[in-house]
Design a binder for this molecule. Structure first.
Ligand code: ZN
Length: 122
């Protein structure tokens, strides 16, 4: 099959500095994960253990990464060494989503202005 030519969209380059800044933030992102990292303190199976009487003496911390797939929550146990990595990656994901949301808002405004200009030019 011949290679398909990608058509350039009929969009001018984004000139809004806020849009370009958000775009820069995306470039600086590292690996990311959706979901959240939880830190839990647990009670054990021994009913005479101190953890059952005193919440401060529960075992742990144990770490879990939870996220949703098609509405279902998935829990993944994490080692104490893995937890900070996963925590950092979920923060990256929140930054990604925030930057995308900002870019979408700015795009909406910019596109309505471009559409007006195009209409007035006719
Ligand atoms: Zn215990």
């Amino acid at each position: 099959m011949p290679p398909r030519k990608t058509r350039r969209p009929a969009l001018p380059a984004a000139t809004d500095p806020r849009f370009r800044q958000a775009s820069q933030e995306l470039h600086l992102l590292g690996y990311f994960l959706k979901g959240t990292v939880l830190k839990r303190m647990m009670r054990c199976g021994h009913s005479n253990c101190a953890c059952h009487r005193d919440p401060a003496r529960r075992h742990g911390p144990y770490f879990e990464w939870t996220y949703k797939v098609k509405g279902k929550t998935v829990n993944v146990k994490l080692s104490p060494q893995a937890a900070p990595l996963y925590l950092a990656a979920t923060k990256q994901h929140r930054q990604l989503k925030a930057a995308l949301a900002r870019m979408e808002r700015l795009s909406r405004t910019a596109l309505s202005q471009l559409a007006k200009q195009a209409t007035n030019a006719d």
